[in-house]
Design a protein around this ligand. Structure first.
Ligand SMILES: [Ca+2]
Ligand SMILES: [Ca+2]
Ligand SMILES: [Ca+2]
Length: 196
């Protein structure tokens, strides 16, 4: 009976060379994969956050605001922490005492404290998130204060992976897609997501 022989030195060298080649191919695509995962996660959590603002406004029957809050006022720093809060007087500020006509009888009620409903932590590293406004206000009807505005998420050096979320006229939320098949995603108006 013949026994299988062990590796010769040549075979071992060839095996090591092949392994090295595979690693060289695998590492860059691994980096791409990590970036893609990060973008997908951020887009998903942003989508959930906007959805939460919309559903809260509908369920609570009060205006709900989503924005980057600083000193309890909305700013343009969309890469920072984002907050969804009950904005009873619809002014883009988180107030601790507002008087509003909550039961629509023509007489102001309160004062009420506005409350934080959900918070999403800010971005880390060089990732970019842009939005043309300083806030999104959802009404109890589910409609937003803005229409056809797009959140654009970009990672420098990975422009082919840019993704976005558009809020439509009716307040619905749409993720970007590669509509024309050129490898880059566009919003519903056909504009490429580029954080510009
Ligand atoms: Ca307010
Ligand atoms: Ca009242
Ligand atoms: Ca495209």
């Amino acid at each position: 009976m013949k026994f299988a022989k062990g590796f010769t030195l040549i075979e071992l060298m060839v095996a090591v060379a092949i392994l090295g080649l595979m690693t060289m191919i695998a590492i860059p695509s691994m980096g791409d994969w990590v970036v893609k995962m990060r973008i997908d996660n951020e887009i998903s959590s942003l989508h959930r956050l906007v959805n939460n603002a919309r559903n809260s406004a509908i369920n609570l029957e009060q205006p709900v605001t989503l924005c980057p809050l600083k000193d309890n006022s909305c700013t343009n720093d969309w890469e920072g922490e984002l907050t969804v809060f009950l904005d009873l007087d619809n002014d883009g500020n988180l107030d601790n005492a507002v008087s509003v006509d909550i039961d629509n009888d023509g007489i102001a009620d309160g004062p009420f404290a506005e409350t934080v409903l959900r918070v999403k932590s800010g971005l880390t590293g060089d990732d970019e998130l842009t939005f043309a406004r300083d806030r999104v206000v959802y009404q109890p009807t589910g409609q937003a204060s803005i229409s056809n505005a797009t959140f654009e998420y970009c990672v420098p050096g990975h422009t082919d992976k840019n993704r976005g979320i558009t809020i439509s006229l009716r307040g619905r939320i749409y993720q970007s897609k590669d509509y024309d098949g050129d490898g880059k995603e566009e919003n519903r108006s056909g504009d490429v997501i580029d954080c510009s």
